[in-house]
Ligand binder design. Structure first.
Ligand code: SF4
Length: 269
């Protein structure tokens, strides 16, 4: 179903799906047998998928079918309540962070990138600027804003963990310091695990090496598959032309630095 997509009897079922823009795009969260996965629903392929979800009943349960054959009962996580809130200066919370899956709060703390906008350097799969251009997010989410939204998402919607990513603001720390100050603020507000993703920092900066920093800045993976691992070596050229210019020899050192600084990265490695 994740490859073929899903046709929906009710396209508005569950939380709204993003169309275009940064990911996860054109997908909906679907809960199957207690586990929530992201499934394409607005792609061209999904419109021809053999998988079909009936409209939800009064309990919010839909029947998943392959052709005419019933497979399972499924449900769709609802629009979270924190989406209805806004900051004192009028920024909707959903522009600061979004619900992914069933209980994950996700944000891009900095929505621009030194590589974006130049075809010679931008990653081919990336659409980080489209959400900003479309007015669906703000460029810089301050630590205070993130803490405010995270607190609401935990209290109102039972969010259990948070993912922070960032565009690459510079070629030195590549966003690690931004992620760290954001993580500190969120952890001061709510006690949830945080996974932070950025390209591998060039050096181990004091700002990111504090032992109590509850942030695992992990080398962001620049592959279309988007699996969640460190990048120990150079990713394939056609997809990430900018990163390809980083000397190959730098990668093993950077990975060792990441592993030394970030405990979660060490476990992942
Ligand atoms: S480095 Fe990250 S934000 Fe920048 S173009 Fe590549 S994927 Fe997009």
């Amino acid at each position: 179903m994740q490859s073929r997509g899903l046709r929906l009897a009710d396209p508005d079922v569950g939380a709204p799906a993003r169309r275009g823009c940064a990911g996860p795009t054109d997908h909906k969260a679907v809960t199957v047998d207690g586990r929530t996965v992201m499934v394409p629903v607005h792609t061209g392929g999904a419109s021809e998928s053999p998988f079909f979800a009936t409209a939800p009943d009064a309990d919010g349960t839909s029947r998943l079918q392959r052709g005419a054959i019933p497979i399972a009962n499924i449900s769709f996580p609802k629009t979270p309540r924190f989406y209805a809130l806004q900051t004192f200066d009028g920024i909707p919370y959903w522009k600061i962070a979004q619900l992914h899956g069933a209980d994950v709060l996700a944000t891009t703390v900095f929505q621009t990138c030194v590589r974006y906008g130049n075809r010679l350097t931008a990653c081919q799969f990336c659409a980080i600027g489209e959400s900003l251009a479309g007015g669906r997010t703000i460029n810089r989410k301050t630590p205070e804003q993130l803490a405010e939204v995270a607190r609401a998402a935990v209290l109102l919607d039972g969010v259990k963990h948070m993912v922070m990513t960032t565009g690459t603001p510079n070629f030195k720390d590549r966003g690690a310091a931004l992620l760290t100050e954001s993580a500190f603020a969120v952890r001061a507000a709510v006690d949830i695990p945080i996974q932070a993703q950025c390209a591998s920092p060039e050096a181990c900066f004091p700002a990111i090496s504090r032992p109590d920093a509850v942030v695992a800045a992990r080398a962001r993976r620049c592959r279309p598959a988007r699996t969640d691992t460190m990048v120990p070596m150079q990713p394939p050229f056609p997809f990430v032309p900018g990163e390809y210019r980083v000397r190959l020899a730098a990668y093993p050192h950077r990975s060792r630095t990441d592993v030394a600084v970030f405990p979660v990265a060490r476990r992942a490695a």
